[in-house]
Design a binder for this molecule. Structure first.
Ligand SMILES: Nc1nc2c([nH]c(=O)n2[C@H]2C[C@H](O)[C@@H](COP(=O)(O)OP(=O)(O)OP(=O)(O)O)O2)c(=O)[nH]1
Length: 218
């Protein structure tokens, strides 16, 4: 297991990320075809919930800092998404204005999950709200766990393509973002949101194929 240091702007000091996490979900029943024939899988009672299991899952360790603070704690972790929108060989980035986390850094369209939403639905909604773009082929990539001051974030990264290739991004929330631009993977904008930079500089390629399982919650 390799553990590397991670110091990210906007993220608590003395953070570390584990870049070699094992997938947390087991092989699907299709690995055992005979067995799977005998087991009648129950149908999901609720909508499928998707969880990424890629090796690029990053855990930014800072939990003690949060646990040891008795005040100002949030009642529960925040759950959100960030979306790599891919066009030809480019990715859409925007520079955030001064907000609490990720202030003044370049990042992806992102936002928090609303009650009852899947990650994919959240991705499509946040992208539309922030850029005006419609997206398709929405796929899970990985989840990062971040601790920042009193905040505990679970951010799932997805990727998607434009529904209509001629669409151009609009800066729909100018109070939050300076504007959106396409960047090549070998010419990424700086300063970039720390955990995102760690992934990309560490070799994560949002264009590549990754094996992401989609377990069903019953
Ligand atoms: N903007 C952005 N945030 C990211 C990225 N990666 C990542 O982990 N985050 C985290 C930090 C943010 O606190 C969190 C949610 O994004 P956000 O702060 O832009 O959310 P928002 O205000 O637009 O959304 P909402 O609360 O209105 O739903 O996601 C990224 O690439 N871009």
């Amino acid at each position: 297991m390799t553990t590397v240091g991670l110091r990210a702007p906007g993220i608590s000091p003395a953070t570390k990320c584990n870049t070699n996490r094992r997938p947390q979900y087991h092989a699907s029943l299709s690995v055992f075809p005979l067995l799977s024939m005998k087991i009648e899988k129950p149908k999901p009672a609720v909508q499928t919930c998707s969880v990424s299991t890629s090796k690029w899952r990053v855990e930014v360790v800072g939990a003690p800092e949060i646990k040891n603070r008795n005040q100002e704690l949030q009642p529960a972790p925040e759950v959100g998404v960030a979306v790599f929108i891919l066009k030809d060989n480019k990715i859409l980035f925007g520079r955030r204005r001064s907000l609490y986390v990720a202030a003044n850094t370049y990042g992806l369209p992102a936002g928090h999950l609303e009650l009852g939403e899947t990650y994919e639905e959240c991705a499509a909604r946040e992208v539309k709200e922030e850029t005006g773009l419609d997206i398709k082929n929405i796929e899970l990539l990985t989840t990062n766990i971040l601790y920042h001051n009193a905040t505990h974030l679970h951010i799932t990264y997805l990727r998607a393509h434009l529904s209509y290739p001629n669409q151009t991004p609009q800066n729909i929330e100018p109070d939050k973002c300076e504007g959106w631009e396409w960047y090549n993977l070998n010419n990424l904008p700086e300063p970039m949101f720390g955990p995102l930079r760690e992934m990309l500089r560490g070799g994560f390629n949002p264009f590549a194929s990754y094996h992401c399982e989609k377990p069903v919650l019953y």
